[in-house]
Design a protein. Structure first.
Length: 433
């Protein structure tokens, strides 16, 4: 029996439309800055921001997840945990920036990133970008999908407007000029998101949830591991080969991200149903996942074919300096398939009280990325990074489903324990208004 009904299909369409609108702004922004910066400066920019995306996982000390856990069942605590999150971001952002500054010299080719440029990028990503994502989590907790989409689309759109203005005013971009515009746009977007939350819910109460320090650390560990699987190969590639290689590799990855939007929409739309099935019985969640799997994998296979066939058009879209990406893209064609399989298996684990196992698996996959990159990249260059990415995502998919069939399949039909149903940072889902 098909798992799809009218409501689920409607939710997928609405959430998918939000992703498409945001992606449209991201694609235009991507085209402007890749052409404006060139492969070298873009490689530097993406390497530094990839490092910061990993560090940002510790900014706030899991405050968004703590917020959702407490406010979703008790919305009267909204202002308390809004205050807790703001304090946590202010305290931890400078620490994360200092760690990035220490690690930065180890990334080859980033010598052009002077201290002022670093500070601007750090403020943009580690403070204002993190503030925006925390405000988005606030709307997830109270299930305001329209507001959530407004924050996500608005943040990217403001950065896009900044890129357009930068090109019109300056005529070209370099890393220093773009860092300035990047900070200005991130500041406006982050403060705008916070202002919207305050307008809707009121000013925060200054409150620290001291009892959540340990759980916040657990969220950070899982989140940084997931970010490492996605992004850590880029700065390693830049360090071992060259920033240009990281820029080309990141450009190919953008095309993969584009074609996985329907998969992400499906996962966001069905996550709450996984949770409900898991509350009834582990076997119900497994059955629901198995019914979704053919649809997700079928689309993923088509996306892989599209990536392979469309690779020849990459130089026409990005320019001749990204011609190498047309060779890289077919090698990444397996990623949508592996992403769909790993995510559905992981959602089954989360909904049936196996969140700790899911977290451990993500940690193992991230460690495999860190270990394998220095071995594969010197031998195969960009294609070494591709091989590591495929291997890490395959580990996620195989380990998730192995754990599902070894434990969930045998589980008694009891509701999942309350303390194991925490929502993972990389799989937050929200119902449609």
């Amino acid at each position: 029996m098909s798992p799809f009904n009218h409501k689920l299909l409607s939710n997928i369409c609405v959430i998918g439309s939000g992703f498409v609108l945001r992606l449209g702004a991201q694609v235009v922004l991507f085209l402007i800055i890749t052409r404006g910066l060139g492969a070298s400066d873009y490689g530097i920019f993406v390497s530094v921001t990839a490092l910061m995306s990993v560090a940002s996982c510790f900014v706030g000390w899991g405050c968004d997840q703590i917020f959702i856990q407490h406010v979703a069942p008790q919305q009267e605590r909204f202002r308390d945990f809004l205050g807790h999150g703001l304090i946590a971001i202010v305290v931890t952002a400078p620490v994360a920036a200092a760690i990035c500054l220490i690690l930065l010299p180890n990334i080859k080719g980033t010598g052009g990133v002077g201290f002022p440029v670093f500070v601007m990028l750090a403020l943009a990503d580690l403070f204002f970008g993190r503030l925006n994502s925390f405000c988005a989590a606030a709307y997830i907790a109270i299930e305001r999908a329209v507001r959530l989409s407004l924050l996500n689309i608005g943040f990217t759109s403001i950065r896009l407007a900044a890129a357009v203005l930068a090109m019109l005013i300056n005529g070209h971009l370099d890393i220093q000029t773009w860092a300035c515009w990047y900070l200005v746009s991130s500041t406006l977007a982050g403060l705008g998101s916070f202002a919207l939350v305050v307008h809707d819910q009121g000013w925060p109460r200054w409150f620290i949830a001291r009892g959540e320090i340990a759980s916040g650390f657990q969220f950070c560990i899982q989140t940084v591991s997931g970010a490492a699987v996605r992004d850590i190969d880029k700065p390693i590639l830049a360090s071992i080969v060259a920033p240009e290689a990281a820029g080309i590799y990141a450009a190919a990855g953008r095309f993969v991200d584009t074609l996985t939007i329907p998969i992400r929409a499906l996962l966001y739309s069905t996550y709450s149903r996984f949770i409900r099935h898991g509350h009834v019985a582990a076997s119900d969640s497994l059955s629901f996942g198995l019914r979704l799997l053919p649809f997700a994998l079928g689309y993923a296979a088509l996306a892989g074919v599209a990536l392979s066939l469309g690779a020849r058009f990459v130089p026409l879209i990005l320019g001749a300096q990204y011609a190498k990406a047309s060779e890289v893209l077919p090698a990444l064609a397996a990623l949508p398939f592996l992403t769909a399989a790993a995510s559905i298996g992981g959602d089954i684990l989360t909904s049936t009280g196996q969140q700790k196992a899911r977290a451990v698996i993500v940690v193992v996959a991230s460690l495999s990325t860190v270990v394998l990159c220095p071995l594969a990249i010197p031998a195969f260059g960009i294609f070494g990074a591709v091989l590591v990415s495929i291997a890490s995502n395959a580990i996620l998919a195989l380990a998730n489903w192995s754990w599902v069939f070894c434990t969930v399949r045998r589980a008694a039909p009891d509701p999942a324990p309350e303390d194991n149903r925490a929502i993972p940072h990389d799989a937050i889902k929200v119902s449609v208004d």
